[in-house]
Design a protein around this ligand. Structure first.
Ligand SMILES: [Zn+2]
Length: 60
């Protein structure tokens, strides 16, 4: 389990899955966060486009 800093509240949070495009909520501030980069681990805010969740990230 990897740890990274939340981009919003800067809490050390556990990242459930080291996978680019994986979205989860920060346990501290509940912000939606997306894994942007894996090595090094970078988190970013997930976009608020919750209406069309069926579009999956493609592997480059
Ligand atoms: Zn947070």
């Amino acid at each position: 389990m990897e740890k990274a800093k939340c981009p919003l509240c800067e809490a050390d949070i556990k990242v459930p899955m080291k996978k680019i495009g994986y979205e989860f909520s920060c346990p501290e501030c509940n912000e939606r966060i997306v894994v942007k980069q894996i090595n090094p681990l970078v988190l970013d805010f997930a976009t608020d486009e919750d209406e069309e969740e069926d579009i999956k990230f493609e592997k480059m």
